[in-house]
Design a protein around this ligand. Structure first.
Ligand SMILES: Cc1cc2nc3c(=O)[nH]c(=O)nc-3n(C[C@H](O)[C@H](O)[C@H](O)COP(=O)(O)OP(=O)(O)OC[C@H]3O[C@@H](n4cnc5c(N)ncnc54)[C@H](O)[C@@H]3O)c2cc1C
Length: 304
């Protein structure tokens, strides 16, 4: 059985950043990655200083190379189980392999659930996106629809108004907006359409528009879907971590409260972007290394 000091579960930007920090702190790290980062289907990664516009796969390729340079091992597999044995974690992989380590960093990410509109999923990451900070700039001055209702759709509208004057909200049913918000939207020139949506229409992989159930076709270039989020992996819950909404609950250091288990990036804070996830993972990795240093001396932080 392979033994490391730390096993990082998930090799998206958060997991690889944690591995980089721990590798440079001379910790023996193994990253196990299922290879399904949330933004895999996006055309480019935005808002990452120094890497603006890089392809998502390329950014992770560079990050894997960086982590390996400091001794981290990156394994393509899925952690299916983990159990405590004495002061160690034993981890089981989908391919049957087993690993052992002093600590686990969960960097398993979240999954975004699209509103149930036929056609949205096929265009996800291209002309169907969710985050105006990540993709609002590319949608500027184009015909845009927000698809969805409630608070998340409302926040998207507020942001997207700054990018385009041709904005419509397609709620597919009751909008959930109160009279004050509806009045504000009317004054702002943002139409709210509550009619049922039949499907999103594409040609050659590019969005052409949205078709209502009554047959009307509304040409659109970009859809921002009001998504919801859920944990990408059942593992944190199975290990006994507290889950709140889509998030693994941690203290300010990224410790989950389960001995030797830490969480980094969007699995702990689902709204984090790429740079935010990397920052969070840096802080978690430093706190974890501090705890290992205490443990090395036998003097501090028992049970962390
Ligand atoms: C379409 C889209 C576009 C986006 N564009 C941008 C953008 O332009 N800029 C930006 O800053 N943010 C963007 N984001 C957000 C960005 O994707 C996230 O902030 C970022 O991916 C979070 O990184 P992470 O490492 O926490 O999680 P992820 O990137 O989701 O990585 C988690 C990894 O863990 C692996 N994993 C999960 N469970 C297991 C397991 N049990 N065993 C092994 N591996 C496991 C997964 O396979 C995955 O590889 C976008 C999101 C979407 C959906």
């Amino acid at each position: 059985m392979r033994t490391s000091e730390v096993i990082v579960v998930g090799g998206g930007v958060a997991g690889l950043q944690a591995a980089l920090v721990l590798g440079r702190a001379r910790r023996a790290v193994t990253v196990v990655d299922g290879g399904e980062p949330r933004n895999a289907r996006a055309r480019a990664v935005h808002n990452v200083a120094g890497h603006e516009g890089v392809a998502p796969g390329r950014l992770l390729e560079l990050a894997r190379d960086d982590a390996r340079r400091y001794g981290a091992e990156v394994v393509c597999d899925v952690v299916t189980q983990a159990r405590r044995e004495g002061a160690r974690w034993l981890v089981g992989l989908r391919d049957g392999g087993r690993l052992r380590a002093r600590a686990l960093v969960l960097a398993t990410g979240v999954i975004e659930e699209l509103p149930p509109v036929p056609g949205l999923a096929a265009l996800w990451g291209g002309d169907v996106v969710s985050c105006p900070y990540c993709h609002g700039w590319e949608a500027r001055d184009r015909p845009v629809a927000v698809v969805g209702a409630g608070e998340r759709a409302w926040r998207q509208v507020l942001l997207l108004r700054r990018f385009t004057g041709d904005l419509v909200v397609l709620t597919g049913g009751p909008s959930g907006f109160d009279d004050e918000r509806l009045e504000w939207l009317r004054a702002a020139g943002v139409a709210v359409r509550e009619e049922p949506i039949a499907r999103v229409v594409a040609d050659g992989g590019r969005l052409t528009g949205v078709e209502f159930a009554h047959g009307e076709f509304l040409p659109r270039a970009v859809v921002f879907a009001a998504t919801s989020r859920r944990p990408a992996s059942p593992l944190p819950a199975e290990l006994g971590c507290t889950i709140s909404g889509a998030a693994v609950v941690t203290d300010a250091d990224g410790h989950t409260g389960v001995p030797g288990v830490w969480a980094a990036g969007s699995c702990a804070q689902p709204a984090l972007t790429v740079a935010g996830s990397a920052g969070h993972a840096t802080a978690t990795a430093i706190a974890l290394n501090d705890a290992l240093l205490d443990e090395d001396t036998g003097l501090g932080s028992p049970g962390r």
